[in-house]
Design a protein around this ligand. Sequence first.
Ligand code: SF4
Length: 106
Amino acid sequence: MKQFKMSGVALADENALTAMDKTLVPGTGSAVIPVALNKDGRYKKTATPTTLSAEDFAELGREVEGKIVELGQRMTCGDISAQPYVSGAKSPCKFCGYGAVCGKNY
Ligand code: SF4
Protein backbone atom coordinates (compact mmCIF):
# COMPACT_ATOMS: atom_id res chain seq x y z
CA MET A 1 0.00 0.00 0.00
CA LYS A 2 2.89 2.35 0.81
CA GLN A 3 3.90 2.62 -2.84
CA PHE A 4 0.46 4.07 -3.65
CA LYS A 5 0.57 6.76 -0.97
CA MET A 6 0.00 10.16 -2.53
CA SER A 7 2.41 13.02 -2.03
CA GLY A 8 1.69 16.72 -2.10
CA VAL A 9 -0.89 18.58 -0.07
CA ALA A 10 -4.47 17.90 0.98
CA LEU A 11 -7.29 20.20 1.97
CA ALA A 12 -7.23 20.72 5.74
CA ASP A 13 -10.84 19.69 6.16
CA GLU A 14 -11.68 16.78 8.42
CA ASN A 15 -14.64 15.66 6.29
CA ALA A 16 -12.55 15.68 3.11
CA LEU A 17 -9.64 13.87 4.75
CA THR A 18 -11.71 11.17 6.39
CA ALA A 19 -13.61 10.69 3.11
CA MET A 20 -10.25 10.00 1.41
CA ASP A 21 -9.08 7.71 4.21
CA LYS A 22 -11.70 6.24 6.50
CA THR A 23 -8.99 4.78 8.75
CA LEU A 24 -7.58 8.21 9.62
CA VAL A 25 -8.23 8.80 13.31
CA PRO A 26 -6.42 10.90 15.94
CA GLY A 27 -3.00 9.50 16.81
CA THR A 28 -2.47 7.87 13.41
CA GLY A 29 -0.96 8.60 10.05
CA SER A 30 -2.72 7.82 6.82
CA ALA A 31 -1.43 5.07 4.56
CA VAL A 32 -2.87 6.72 1.45
CA ILE A 33 -2.74 10.52 1.92
CA PRO A 34 0.14 12.63 3.27
CA VAL A 35 -1.58 13.46 6.54
CA ALA A 36 -1.13 12.39 10.14
CA LEU A 37 -3.15 13.44 13.16
CA ASN A 38 -1.88 14.08 16.68
CA LYS A 39 -3.70 12.38 19.54
CA ASP A 40 -5.66 15.60 20.07
CA GLY A 41 -6.90 15.42 16.46
CA ARG A 42 -4.87 18.35 15.15
CA TYR A 43 -2.83 17.91 11.98
CA LYS A 44 0.66 16.74 12.72
CA LYS A 45 3.23 19.36 11.73
CA THR A 46 5.89 18.17 9.33
CA ALA A 47 8.91 19.86 7.78
CA THR A 48 6.92 20.22 4.57
CA PRO A 49 3.28 21.20 5.12
CA THR A 50 0.90 18.50 3.92
CA THR A 51 -2.37 20.33 4.46
CA LEU A 52 -3.61 23.69 3.23
CA SER A 53 -6.61 25.72 4.31
CA ALA A 54 -9.37 26.35 1.77
CA GLU A 55 -8.08 29.91 1.35
CA ASP A 56 -4.50 28.74 0.77
CA PHE A 57 -5.71 26.06 -1.64
CA ALA A 58 -7.63 28.70 -3.61
CA GLU A 59 -4.52 30.91 -3.67
CA LEU A 60 -2.42 27.98 -4.89
CA GLY A 61 -4.98 27.34 -7.64
CA ARG A 62 -4.81 31.00 -8.71
CA GLU A 63 -0.99 30.86 -8.77
CA VAL A 64 -1.01 27.71 -10.91
CA GLU A 65 -3.63 29.17 -13.23
CA GLY A 66 -1.58 32.35 -13.61
CA LYS A 67 1.49 30.28 -14.45
CA ILE A 68 -0.43 28.31 -17.08
CA VAL A 69 -1.69 31.52 -18.68
CA GLU A 70 1.86 32.97 -18.62
CA LEU A 71 3.30 29.85 -20.26
CA GLY A 72 0.54 29.84 -22.89
CA GLN A 73 1.20 33.50 -23.71
CA ARG A 74 4.93 32.89 -24.00
CA MET A 75 4.31 29.94 -26.31
CA THR A 76 1.92 31.90 -28.56
CA CYS A 77 4.61 34.64 -28.75
CA GLY A 78 7.07 32.05 -30.05
CA ASP A 79 8.98 31.20 -26.87
CA ILE A 80 9.17 27.42 -26.97
CA SER A 81 12.57 27.10 -25.35
CA ALA A 82 13.18 23.88 -23.48
CA GLN A 83 13.40 24.68 -19.78
CA PRO A 84 13.16 21.39 -17.90
CA TYR A 85 13.00 21.39 -14.13
CA VAL A 86 16.48 20.68 -12.83
CA SER A 87 17.23 20.02 -9.18
CA GLY A 88 20.94 19.92 -8.42
CA ALA A 89 22.41 17.16 -10.55
CA LYS A 90 18.97 15.68 -11.27
CA SER A 91 17.50 16.36 -14.69
CA PRO A 92 14.65 14.64 -16.53
CA CYS A 93 16.68 14.98 -19.74
CA LYS A 94 18.82 12.00 -18.78
CA PHE A 95 15.78 9.77 -19.16
CA CYS A 96 13.98 11.57 -21.98
CA GLY A 97 13.91 10.33 -25.55
CA TYR A 98 13.17 13.75 -27.10
CA GLY A 99 16.59 15.36 -26.75
CA ALA A 100 17.06 15.40 -30.51
CA VAL A 101 13.81 17.35 -30.87
CA CYS A 102 14.37 19.98 -28.17
CA GLY A 103 18.10 20.29 -28.72
CA LYS A 104 19.18 19.18 -25.28
CA ASN A 105 21.24 16.19 -26.26
CA TYR A 106 22.78 14.66 -23.17
S1 SF4 B 1 15.44 16.36 -23.26
FE1 SF4 B 1 13.30 15.96 -22.75
S2 SF4 B 1 13.05 16.63 -20.67
FE2 SF4 B 1 14.93 17.56 -21.43
S3 SF4 B 1 14.30 19.57 -22.21
FE3 SF4 B 1 14.24 18.15 -23.91
S4 SF4 B 1 12.13 17.42 -23.98
FE4 SF4 B 1 12.45 18.35 -21.96
